[in-house]
Design a protein around this ligand. Sequence first.
Ligand SMILES: C[S@@+](CC[C@H](N)C(=O)[O-])C[C@H]1O[C@@H](n2cnc3c(N)ncnc32)[C@H](O)[C@@H]1O
Length: 294
Amino acid sequence: MPKARRKKIPIASVEAANSSSNTSHSSRTIIRQFHVLLKRQAQLQSSPTLDANSKNALADVQRQIADLGGLECYQRMSAVGQGSDRGGGSEKILIGWLKEMGLQKSQSSKLRYISNYLFSLGHDRVRSWIRLLEVGALKPDNYRSCISWIDPTPMDLRSRHPSILEQDFLLLDVNEHRKKWDVISLSLVLNFVPAPKDRGRMLNIAHSLLSPSGYLFLALPLPCVANSRYLNFEYLKSLMGAIGFVQLQEKWKEGRKMAYWLYRKEPQPIRSPESFQKKRVVRQGNRNNFCVVL
Ligand SMILES: C[S@@+](CC[C@H](N)C(=O)[O-])C[C@H]1O[C@@H](n2cnc3c(N)ncnc32)[C@H](O)[C@@H]1O
């Protein structure tokens, strides 16, 4: 009698089967666990000398990250959150704000081709589309509806598609890319970075990579600012001013999960950066420890 064969399951349905259990609740739990582990890993890695105990602890943390499914799983869970929790990706909010400012100047594809060519020859004034760097891009085509006026560069630590540039934003060569983008999007990326100093560095790098009067879009889970011991809305505004960003837009609602901001790059810091170089408690109580240090 021929051996009974197990029916092969197409890869697509394995993904689908997994995703049926990816409720927004379980995705949030995994995302939270992931952030805690990343923070612990960064703490252990930053210690100047790693003794045997710390080495074991680091190996343990890395094993737990792998057991959770690594960055691949984190990205899958984030994509679930992007869909259900927030009514879609945050690019909708950024696009709305850019349109409100009148930055939508559609070009026919032929004109765009010609101006692209002239731009490549160094004629900067012919350019009327917006160069947008999307850091932490889970999908390659979040800006496809704006292709006539936005020229997007999707980038991520781990690329999920050939059109997404695999690159650590924190390791970009600032001199090579200075003033290269008109808009930079950091949507749910700053809170992924485990160390407060690196978060400050990320914002400073974004400032250097933006063109004069360029725009920074920032999206964070609301509690990072609304319920942090080290940050509140006023403090964030001042801190951004100390980097050289003026706040144009702020959007959040009590009881919602997300908060969004739009900033414009100023040539000089608006406030002195010194007071933001250390952790400073801005309010007491049972709060989280999200913090940015310059
Ligand atoms: C929570 S997901 C956010 C995805 C999407 N932007 C959104 O708003 O839903 C965070 C993404 O940021 C990426 N990321 C974190 N730090 C990064 C860095 N330094 N450079 C590039 N990508 C980074 C992670 O790999 C991850 O895919």
